[in-house]
Design a protein around this ligand. Structure first.
Ligand code: THU
Length: 126
């Protein structure tokens, strides 16, 4: 699958976002090494700190279905800046792979690509 195809899946996933507070919809498409793709969207909560980001939604769906070999994630958000994963999501994803590709889009559909270790060089681990 091309990066653009994975990003299109992330865009579709963003349409399910539950965002009554921020109104900022995010979608994620997480591809595993066997090609399986799990989608996620952000799910907000009146207790704002209980909000779950799109990336972690997708990661929890994958892990709960027995997939932990993360290869690539596309993140779709229509902000003026690239929709970069927050610190919590970087740490969360790094549990499974620091080598995975991270594609981050902005309004208009342009995106940038990183390896997770570039975005999160010193993860917490023990
Ligand atoms: N959000 C994500 O879903 N992923 C990110 O990488 C950054 C932020 C969500 C959380 C919240 O619902 C909204 O974007 C605004 O912060």
């Amino acid at each position: 699958m091309t990066d653009r195809q994975l990003m299109d899946i992330a865009e579709q996933a963003s349409k399910m976002a539950y965002v009554p507070y921020s109104r900022f919809a995010v979608g994620a498409a997480l591809e595993c090494s066997d090609g399986t793709v799990f989608t996620g969207c952000n799910v907000e909560n009146a207790a704002l700190g209980s909000t779950i980001c799109a990336e972690r939604t997708a990661a929890c769906k994958a892990v709960s279905e027995g997939h932990t070999d993360f290869a690539r994630i596309a993140i779709w958000g229509e902000g003026k800046d690239y929709c970069m994963p927050c610190g919590a999501c970087r740490q969360f994803l790094s549990e499974f792979s620091t080598d995975m590709e991270v594609l981050c889009a902005k309004a208009g559909g342009r995106y940038v690509s990183y390896r997770l270790r570039e975005l999160m060089p010193h993860t917490f681990n023990y």
